[in-house]
Write a protein that binds this ligand. Structure first.
Ligand code: C5P
Length: 229
């Protein structure tokens, strides 16, 4: 099953809570993604508030630092009781292992931990010319996904176009969380490696992350239900 995660990229807690009122009538609360903008504006308070209201949360802070710093930061985040957190795979296997160690609570439980391979806004040309990665984007993503698996992570964030190569390299159980989702009739914004919700499901995406096609829609609830369908 493919689940839709709404990217709540808002500048304040008030804006986010007022947006979420549109989903009040639903039997099952949507899965939400809280990213840097909202977290830096509202702090852990917004996470606690949304958890209290029964939302499942993907906390998308994309940690990338030295292993010790990431381990300690993850220890703090594990207390927030979110459902998914993430790091950049570019931080190395050692950093990803440290992230998992920090995230794991004394009773052995922890949120799902996934790694960003290459941002869906990064083209192969930019990756090669600016980041000096002398490989195709497909090979880079396959390699980063294998590193994440070796570090004991649960899955990766990748473009829907890379789901098959990730699952073939790491197994069908290895979770793929895919942003870069656009309806066939909507604008692409700054995203480059994109596809539609339906195609992402056909490719085996476990979670699609959808921001502006829902948050900036005339009717966000209808756009969300269209994704789910
Ligand atoms: O508005 P849009 O649908 O483009 O939002 C996509 C969301 O997914 C944003 O919050 C962005 O930060 C996030 N994301 C992404 N590409 C990644 C990882 C996260 O677009 N590789």
């Amino acid at each position: 099953m493919t689940e839709t995660i709404i990217a709540c990229d808002f500048a304040s807690k008030e804006e986010c809570l007022s947006f979420l009122e549109k989903f009040d009538g639903l039997d099952k609360k949507p899965y939400l993604k809280i990213g840097m903008e909202l977290f830096y504006a509202s702090g852990p308070e917004i996470v606690r508030e949304l958890k209290k209201r029964g939302f499942r949360i993907f906390l998308d802070l994309k940690l990338h630092d030295i292993p010790n710093t990431v381990m300690k930061a993850m220890k703090v985040l594990s207390g927030l009781d979110v459902d998914i957190v993430n790091v950049h795979a570019a931080g190395t296997i050692e950093m990803m292992k440290a992230a998992k160690e920090g995230l794991t609570r004394p009773d052995g439980s922890r949120p799902l931990l996934i790694a960003v391979t290459q941002l869906t806004s990064t083209s192969e040309e930019a990756m090669q010319k600016q980041l000096l990665i002398d490989a195709s984007i497909a090979d880079t993503i396959r390699h980063y996904a294998r590193n994440a698996k070796e570090a004991g992570l649960d899955g990766v964030v990748c473009s829907p176009l890379e789901i098959r190569l990730v699952k073939e390299a790491c197994g069908e159980d290895f979770i793929t969380v895919t942003p870069g989702i656009r309806f066939a009739d909507s604008t692409t914004d700054d995203q480059v490696r994109i596809t539609t919700p339906q195609k992402a499901r056909e490719l085996g995406s476990d979670f699609i992350v959808v921001g502006r096609p829902i948050t900036a829609a005339q009717d966000p609830l209808a756009a969300y239900l269209r994704c789910q369908q």
